[in-house]
Design a protein around this ligand. Structure first.
Ligand code: GDP
Length: 486
C-alpha cells in the first residue's frame, strides 16, 4: 500500500503541512491524501531527520499459520518418526520400478511413455520400522516443491542404472539433492543385466563427489535389481541406518501440519487430496486449510490401499483425504485450525490472490551480485553464495572452476551447486529459486522459458564471455564495489 501524506504525518507525529511544504519544495503539490512512492517517502522522512521502515500489514494468514509454523516443540514431546525418502535419477534408470517392487505393486509398466506423471506417496513397514516414500516426477518437481517450502524429503536415493552409469540427469539429480542438503544413498540398479558395470558407475559417482563407502568414502552404494529383487532389503536397511544416524523426530501430540502432494476433483469422487503429515496427528473431523481450500477431514485412507480407512495419521503418514471444498494446490502446506470461520477466511483471502501474486507476496528477494554485500553487512557467520554454472563447453567449466577456487573471502564461501554444458534451462531457474543461487551463463543464453521464469522469480542470470570478468565481478561484489548496472 502506498503511504499517503496523512499516513506519514501520523506515523511521524509531524503536522501534514510540514510534509506538504517539503513536497512543494520538490515541486510536488500534495493534498493530505496524496500517495507517495517509497522513494519519495524516504526522501521526506530524511528531510524530517527520520528513518522509515516499511512494514507489511499482518494478514490473518501470518497471524494464524505462521504462528503455527513457529511453535517450537519441547524436547520431551519429540518422538522418533519414519524418514521420508525420495528417488531421483536419470529417466529409465528404474526409479518407478524400484518403488513398485518395494511396495509390491506395478505402476512402471502402466505409465504412458515410461515417465511417471504423478507424485506418489506411500508408507511401508520393514520389520517394526516404517519408511515413507514421496516420489516426484523428476528432480524439477522435487525442487519446485522445495521452492514452495515443502521440504518433506529427508533422504534422497539416487538411482543409477549399472549398465548406463552416471548420465547428465544423474548429475542434475545429485545437484538437486545436494542443494536440498539431504543425505544421499545410491541405488546401483539393473545389476541383473549382462552389461552392468558397477566399477564404471562408481567412478562416475566419485567424479561427481559421491565417494562410495566401499572405496573409503561416505556414500552408501547399494547394488539392486528391480527385476529380480536383489538388494532391496539391503536398500531398506541402509535407508533405516542413515535415518537412525540423523534421528528424525516430530511431535505427534500437536495439531497437524503437512503438505498436499496432489489433489483431484471430479463429480463422482469429489475432492481427493494426497497428503503427507510432517508433524502432529491428523484426525477425522479436524478443520484443515491448505492454500485456497479448506474443510473438515471427512475420511482418510491408506495411499497403498484405498479400502483401508484410517482414523488418524501421525508424522510422515501418507493419506488420501476427503473433506476439502476445492482441490488444494500441490506442494502447498496444510494446517489444522480450531476455528472453521478462520479457516474459511484464510482460504478465501488466498483464493483472491493469483498464484504469481502469491509468490510475489512472500516478499523474498533473491540474492544478486549487487545486493550480496548488503547481505553480509552485520552478519557474523560466513555466508554461502550458491552458484549454478552453464557454459558452452566442458573446458570452459573447468577453467571457470579453477578461477573460482582462487577467490577467497573471509565472509563468503562460494558453492557451485551445478556446472553443466548448455543453455540455461527452466530446471536451472527452479534450482536457483529453491536454493537462492545466482546463475553464471558463460557463452550461452537462457532458453525463452528460463528467461521468463527468471524474471518472475527474481533469480539473477549473469551472462559472460570472458572468464576473468566473472571472478572480477564476484570479487567486486564481495567487497561491495559492484554498482547496479543502469
Ligand atoms: P524410471 O524412468 O527411472 O522411473 O525407470 P522405470 O522404473 O520406468 O524403468 C525403466 C525401464 O527399465 C523399464 O522398462 C523397467 O522394466 C526397466 N528396469 C527397471 N529396473 C530394472 C532392473 O533392475 N533390471 C532390469 N533388467 N530392468 C529394469
Amino acid at each position: 500500500l502506498p503511504c499517503t501524506v496523512r499516513d506519514l504525518s501520523e506515523a511521524a507525529g509531524v503536522p501534514a503541512r510540514d510534509i506538504q511544504r517539503i513536497l512543494m519544495e520538490e515541486g510536488v503539490m500534495a493534498t493530505i491524501n496524496t500517495p507517495m512512492d517509497p522513494e519519495l517517502t524516504e526522501f521526506v522522512a530524511a528531510e524530517l531527520g527520520m528513518d522509515v521502515d516499511f512494514l507489511q500489514p499482518e494478514t490473518l494468514e501470518d497471524k494464524v499459520l505462521r504462528r503455527l509454523d513457529e511453535i517450537e516443540d519441547d524436547e520431551k514431546d519429540l518422538q522418533d518418526r519414519p524418514p521420508v525418502i525420495t528417488f531421483l535419477g536419470h529417466v529409465d534408470h528404474g526409479k518407478t520400478s524400484l518403488l513398485d517392487k518395494l511396495i509390491g505393486i506395478d505402476v512402471a509398466s502402466g505409465e504412458s511413455g515410461g515417465i511417471t506423471q504423478h507424485i506418489r506417496a506411500y508408507q511401508i513397514e520393514k520389520g517394526d520400522k516404517k519408511i515413507s516414500f514421496v516420489d516426484t516426477p523428476g528432480h524439477e518437481a522435487f525442487t519446485a516443491m522445495r521452492a514452495r517450502g515443502a521440504n518433506v524429503t529427508d533422504i534422497a536415493v539416487i538411482v543409477v542404472a549399472a549398465d548406463d552409469g552416471v548420465m547428465p540427469q544423474t548429475e542434475e539429480a545429485i545437484s538437486h539433492a545436494r542443494a536440498a542438503d539431504v543425505p544421499i544413498v545410491v541405488a546401483l540398479n539393473k545389476m541383473d543385466l549382462p552389461g552392468a558395470d558397477p566399477m564404471k558407475a562408481m567412478t562416475g559417482l566419485s567424479q561427481n563427489g559421491l565417494q562410495p563407502s566401499e572405496w573409503g568414502g561416505d556414500v552408501e552404494v547399494v547394488k539392486t535389481s528391480a527385476a529380480t529383487g536383489e538388494g532391496l532389503d539391503e536398500l531398506l536397511d541402509t535407508i533405516l541406518t542413515v535415518a537412525e544416524l540423523h534421528e528424525y523426530k516430530a511431535n505427534p501430540n500437536r495439531s497437524a501440519i503437512g503438505v498436499c502432494l496432489e489433489a483431484t476433483q471430479d463429480a463422482d469422487q469429489g475432492v481427493q487430496a494426497k497428503m503427507i503429515v510432517e508433524t502432529g496427528t491428523l484426525r477425522i473431523g479436524d478443520i484443515v486449510v491448505c492454500g485456497d481450500a479448506y474443510g473438515r477431514v471427512r475420511s482418510m485412507s491408506n495411499t497403498l490401499d484405498k479400502h483401508q480407512k484410517m482414523d488418524e495419521a501421525g508424522p510422515t503418514a501418507t493419506v488420501n483425504l476427503t473433506g476439502f471444498d476445492v482441490a488444494p494446490p500441490a506442494g502447498e502446506r496444510f494446517y489444522v485450525l480450531d476455528d472453521v470461520a478462520q479457516a474459511r477466511e484464510i482460504a478465501e483471502a488466498r483464493a483472491h490472490q493469483t498464484r504469481s501474486e502469491f509468490l510475489g507476496q512472500t516478499g523474498y528477494q533473491h540474492v544478486t551480485l549487487e545486493t550480496l554485500f548488503d547481505r553480509l553487512d552485520g552478519v557474523e557467520e560466513v555466508q554461502t553464495l550458491n552458484l549454478i554454472i552453464r557454459a558452452d563447453v566442458r573446458g570452459s567449466i573447468e577453467a571457470i572452476q579453477k578461477e573460482l577456487a582462487k577467490l577467497e573471502h573471509p565472509e563468503v564461501r562460494l558453492r557451485v551447486l551445478q556446472a553443466s554444458v548448455g543453455g540455461v534451462t527452466a530446471a536451472d531457474i527452479h534450482l536457483a529459486d529453491a536454493s537462492d543461487a545466482i546463475i553464471i551463463a558463460f557463452n550461452v543464453v537462457p532458453e525463452e522459458s528460463a528467461r521468463s521464469l527468471a524474471e518472475q522469480s527474481g533469480v539473477q542470470v549473469r551472462r559472460y564471455d570472458i572468464i576473468y570478468k566473472i571472478t572480477d565481478e564476484l570479487r567486486a561484489a564481495m567487497e561491495g564495489m559492484l554498482r547496479p548496472e543502469k
